[in-house]
Design a protein. Structure first.
Length: 94
């Protein structure tokens, strides 16, 4: 069994399970270099594609390095001529 896990995938705990860093909205905003209000707007129910998050009662938390958050960010990767590059190898023009 290979226990090598990259930082982007989280880290292994003593039981061999992958753990991700839990962030709140201000911490995620700082990591993404966006205003906290932007993060909060992209979590609301009326958002068509919300940021993947955990709902803990009234608290909202994000799993930094989780595959869901990584995929959400990857889907927003823009390269030359406004093409959004997807990990599946497909492209979508915006």
């Amino acid at each position: 069994m290979n226990h090598a896990v990259s930082e982007s995938e989280g880290r292994l705990n003593k039981t061999g399970r992958v753990e991700f860093e839990v962030l709140d909205a201000p911490q995620l905003a700082a990591r993404l270099n966006v205003p906290e209000t932007w993060v909060r707007e992209h979590v609301r129910k009326r958002t068509s594609d919300p940021i993947p998050h955990l709902k803990l009662g009234k608290y909202c938390r994000f799993l930094w390095g989780s595959p869901e958050l990584e995929a959400w960010l990857e889907n927003r990767m823009v390269v030359a001529h406004n093409r959004v590059v997807r990990s599946s190898g497909k492209e979508r023009i915006q």
